[in-house]
Design a protein around this ligand. Sequence first.
Ligand code: NOJ
Length: 489
Amino acid sequence: MLNRFSRREFAKLFGSAALAPTILPALSTERALAQNGTIAPPAQQLFPNGFLWGSATASYQVEGAVKADGRGVSIWDTFSHTPGKTNNGDTGDVADDHYHRYKEDIQLMKAMGLQTYRFSVAWSRIFPNGTGMPNPKGIDFYSRVVDELLANKIQPYCTLFHWDLPQALEDKGGWQSRETSEAFANYAGYVAQHLSDRVTHFMTLNEMRSFVDIGYRDGRHAPGLKLPPAKVNQVRHHAVLAHGLGVQAIRAHAKSGIKVGLAENAEACSPIIETPEHIEAARKAMREENAGYLTAVLEGKYTEQYLAHHGANAPKFTDADMKAIGSPIDFVGLNNYTTTWVRADADAKGYAIISAPESYPHMMSSWLRVGPQGLYWAPKFIAEIWGVKEIYITENGASSTDVLTTDGHVYDSDRIMYLRSYLTQLHRGVSEGVPVKGYFCWSFMDNFEWADGYAYRFGLHYVDFKTQKRTPKMSAHFYKEVIARNGLA
Ligand code: NOJ
């Protein structure tokens, strides 16, 4: 806009104050015009006071040090060392070496103003064989991380299971066996007992939908199984059961006052057009498409449609199981990257999922189709359908083909565009009263992106995996501004 006026014309129209160097660089042209009353001021996209801004990582993706201090083998060690399973044969053996560099990393968190950090505990550091005698050096590590975070005024949010199941448990059937659910509860209770004097928020399992469906049905993640439907449904059941038993164990062993939830990548259903019929269809889809996971947890039952759909392949369960699965939780953590577009349909379900055309825009990961509206609709539906009063966006972020330029910067404009559009939708919900209390950007730094290895970068910090040097990307500067302003204004 400025380019269309000469300086003199601009000053004549809007007053010379609009050109004062102290004002103009700090304001957008639109804001300068608004200050002069020429146009309405842009809405300030501020979040409520106390909204928590954070970032997240997970143990196997960042820690490395897989043999340090008595850690046991996990299914991701086995899987990533199996030829052909990961891109380029990458493993998490070293990853970001966060196990040894956590203090430096926490300084970087502090530098960007992070208020909270979500990390996960590696089960096989605590119980190298999944059960039995705990390894004191395991819990010590997380205890030191928690202390360091608190010393830097960053609130620790702790996830108990982010996919790195002890191999010893997999050898006994893994999530196909309900003993794994019981072992998880035992482990979760132990961690809560040791950290709950300093950690207030615990999440049981991360993305059940991903680790079950991709690991046990599609075989593309550890443990690499392609089980038939009845077995997959039973694995699913053991996952939600582990969550429920875990909630009970955490409450039984933690100091009072802590909060328990989970971090689930629920299908985030959005209406393709915001009309009452499509909105209603998306609301129905939100409940049914998540029937095996979030809906079961929040209702303590499987929907009739879910059981009818799976028929003879439906999971085997008892009333006591369902009661445990529905144990009350304090918050829902939602991992969100993409949206599921829904339209109204005349069939019995009342909705249809629209499959993405080939030309649909996505980030570097082909599954990561851009759909910021999910960050408006999914938390809104979760609050409306189930009356949830505390929601966190426990993950949201983008993979990019980041390049470290010769001037030492990473100009990840695509990630900034992505984050800005998702945060705009989140703001839309929050300003309407949707009870989202915090947001965790995935990820604090580039890391081992599971079967995609290190080529798929999600970090706010660029990591040179040869030297372990961290460089804040342009998106880290953007996010720092968001945190400092408490919004997108
Ligand atoms: C969700 C998972 O929780 C996390 O581990 C993964 O890296 C991100 N999605 C990106 O794929």
